[in-house]
Design a protein around this ligand. Structure first.
Ligand code: NCD
Length: 357
């Protein structure tokens, strides 16, 4: 039994295998139409979703399996105060695999620690979204033929944009990849993302200028400003229109640049760009279903595998108000040491934010 909580739970070789399976599914869909007969996927979505939930469900149906679904905390015992751990134990009695979306960071890790079936993180607050990254990777692979030597611009809400955190993690393991992080000062990528890049010596620059970055990019990954994660509505209003990609700005970009977006789009990409051959975000939607099919197949086949444990420390508390350790009953806080030298920090095992000092 194996869960996917972070994209780094998959090696590059496993990602290559998932891509190969997805490409084979695209070419021979009939060969896969009964592979999950008799199996049930539970989709537990405690935050809004269109693409992620429907693509998981479509993926399971196309593999010949069944789907059990909970949408919205209000419709399940979570509304009665049930913990993530108890929900995971309960659903393990009915289903063979879980896809969980939850507003708290680290919720999927707690579910995986308590379920007796594989758990896939379908988004945990502003933290990670590994299966969106699988969709992104298949799209980049099909457009660019691989991942090495790319200059990747990520633009918008890099603080709360969980898809960006996972994408950066995945791409940083390929040769000669550079990142240009384009955001207002208030929405820069969290320290655990830049810390990991520094440690791995992956080059990146941070800028507020989309126009300045555009001519240099192979990939532009646009994101929505995540209104629901702001504590201060006035700050959201001030930042919401920070970046709008228009046909005029696209003139600055290379002829073969790819525009990606995890969607939903609010207004950060002008609808006119949908006609531009460089717009790949609807291809990304389709690719998400194939990669989720490949992932479900892999996890249902995989034998039990114990993950190597890092040394954990329990005497601290997490400073992130959205961390699952703040609400989950009797969950012992756990921290690991990340970075080296004066960059060394205790980071929360669940959400990767720093320990309270
Ligand atoms: C993203 C998400 O939920 O993080 N959407 C998705 O899964 N395709 C991005 C977003 O909500 O802005």
């Amino acid at each position: 039994m194996r869960s996917i909580i972070d994209i780094l739970d998959l090696s590059n070789r496993e990602i290559d295998e998932l891509i190969a399976t997805a490409v084979d599914i695209i070419e021979n869909p009939e060969a896969y139409s009964r592979k999950c007969e008799g199996k049930k996927l539970a989709t537990l979505f405690f935050e809004p979703s269109t693409r992620t939930r429907l693509s998981f469900e479509a993926a399971m149906y196309e593999l010949g399996g069944h789907v059990l679904s909970v949408t919205g905390a209000g419709a399940s015992s979570v509304a009665k105060g049930e913990s993530v751990a108890d929900t995971a134990k309960t659903v393990s009695c009915y289903a063979d695999i879980i896809a969980l979306r939850h507003p708290q960071e680290g919720a999927a890790l707690v579910a995986a620690g308590n379920a007796s079936i594989p758990v896939i993180n379908a988004g945990d607050g502003g933290h990670c979204h590994p299966t969106q990254t699988l969709a992104d990777l298949l799209t980049i692979y099909r457009e660019k033929g691989g991942f090495a030597n790319l200059t990747v611009g990520v633009c918008g809400d890099l603080k709360y944009g969980r898809t960006v955190h996972s994408l950066i993690g995945a791409l940083s393991r390929y040769e000669n990849v550079k990142f240009v992080m384009i955001s207002p000062e208030e929405l820069k990528v969290p320290g655990y993302v830049t810390g990991a890049l520094r440690e791995a010596k992956v080059p990146f620059e941070e800028t507020a200028s989309l126009e300045g970055a555009l001519p240099h990019l192979d990939i532009l990954y646009m994101t929505r400003i995540q209104r629901e994660r702001f504590d201060d509505p006035a700050l959201y209003d001030a930042l919401k229109d920070s970046y709008i990609l228009t046909t005029e700005k696209m003139k600055l970009a290379r002829e073969d640049m790819c525009v990606l977006h995890p969607l939903p789009r609010v207004n950060e990409i002008s609808v006119a760009i949908d006609q531009d051959p460089r717009a790949c975000y609807f291809k990304q939607v389709r690719n998400g279903k194939y990669m989720r099919m490949a992932l479900i197949l892999k996890l249902l086949r995989e034998p039990f595998e114990e993950k190597p444990q890092r040394e954990l420390f329990h005497h601290l508390s997490c400073r992130n108000p959205r961390c699952i350790t703040r609400t989950e009953q009797e969950l012992e806080p756990a921290f690991f040491l990340a970075g080296t030298g004066d960059q060394q920090r205790f980071r929360c095992l669940y959400c990767e934010h720093r320990a309270r000092s």
